[in-house]
Design a protein around this ligand. Sequence first.
Ligand code: CA
Length: 168
Amino acid sequence: MRRFQAIIAAGLTLGLVALAAPAQAESLTFTDPLGDNEYGGLDITGATMKNEQHAFTGKITFASNVKGHVYLVFRTGTAWELIVYHNRLARKDSAYLIDGFSRPVPCDGLSHVWHTATDALTLRVPSSCLNEGTYGDIEARILTDGPYGDDSDHAPDGGGFTPWIPRG
Ligand SMILES: [Ca+2]
């Protein structure tokens, strides 16, 4: 999370460029290289982002389950939001939503499910948590870190954001 402010600055620039791109789909799936993680954190292998009318959902797959954090960073076009998922390799995993200034955002219905058989994580944010449901396209990126807080892996590969994902 140490480079989060830089991520936001870079994302703002990329986002302004991407705004001009035409809308294509409400769901986006992409892969990430195996074995490119650092500092012993979670190795992302792929993700599917869905920007549906009732919720924004990110399903992220990993090479294996190790201790660390997952940050799903996304922007609705007017504000930065961030889901922080704390993976403790136990039954006390947790997730919460904060804004671009690290302020907590109340979110009834925010859910996190770790799928043990496939080492996948599903994070779901009800649309009511985001600008009272009034938003359109979303862009997103994923960051993991290791047990000591060092950045480990990010997706899409290269550190940029996804294209804007239209709301279904
Ligand atoms: Ca990876």
